[in-house]
Design a protein around this ligand. Structure first.
Ligand code: ADE
Length: 224
């Protein structure tokens, strides 16, 4: 998979891809992540990328031309499956969206800033708008990192068996059951007997029961 990320602050996103599992995915060539400095497509000697909104109001608007030029140039090089704009008014990211995107080949992530992008960009290029939650960040960069992380970890060969994505919370519409490791007793707190029983069928049933119970307690909305 290739992800092209367009931003005025690409340096903000470097470290997640230089560390741990995402770094391994990049090193293995399973994921290619390319950053594009939007200012390189800015107008005039100040490389302007934003301007005041027509009709007035507070805040600046990201101009249509620099973003159009950047995306259009990328589109001359390959076909993109989705051009995703990270914005608080997008569709809220969930595991299903991450699963779907993990099957794509080429993605563009556009990071918004200020008040947002000129509406015409939505008509010209944007195929999906994604929010990482109902709160407002200073820009789309951290949201782009969250989305990239959620997607890249699902690519074949990124996680090893121990980290398998198949047993994640949300993958079967349930939260994960409780987990334990050694010691069997710590400060008087013991690991549930069943997990020490060696009876894999019973353990599997118990884990499922626990997952349902925990989901009902913490996220009853998921069971509806
Ligand atoms: N940009 C600012 N806030 C955001 C959010 N919650 N999700 C995605 N992009 C954003």
């Amino acid at each position: 998979m290739r992800i092209d990320i367009i931003s005025v602050l690409p340096e903000l996103m470097a470290s997640p891809f230089q560390t741990s599992i995402l770094k391994r995915a990049v090193d293995k060539g399973v994921a290619e992540v390319h950053f594009h400095q939007l200012r390189d497509f800015g107008l005039g000697k100040h490389r302007q990328v934003d301007d005041e909104p027509y009709g007035g109001g507070a805040g600046m608007v990201m101009m249509v031309e620099p973003i159009d030029k950047c995306i259009s140039e990328l589109k001359t090089q390959r076909t993109y499956d989705e051009v995703i704009y990270l914005t608080p008014d997008g569709q809220t990211l969930n595991q299903k969206i991450a699963n779907t995107l993990s099957l794509k080949k080429n993605l563009i992530f556009l990071c918004g800033h200020y008040k947002g992008i000129d509406q015409r960009l939505r008509e010209l290029h944007i195929t999906k708008e994604i929010s990482i939650g109902d709160y407002v960040l200073t820009g789309g960069e951290l949201a782009a990192c969250v989305l990239a992380d959620a997607v890249i970890r699902l690519l074949p060969g990124v996680l090893n068996d121990e980290q398998s994505a198949l047993t994640d919370s949300f993958q079967d519409d349930l939260l994960s059951p409780p987990i334990y490791t050694r010691p069997a007793t710590y400060r008087g707190l013991s690991v549930p007997e069943i997990l020490l029983s060696g009876n894999s069928k019973k353990i599997e049933d118990w884990l499922h029961e626990q997952a349902v119970k925990i989901t009902a307690e913490k996220r009853p909305d998921m069971l509806q």
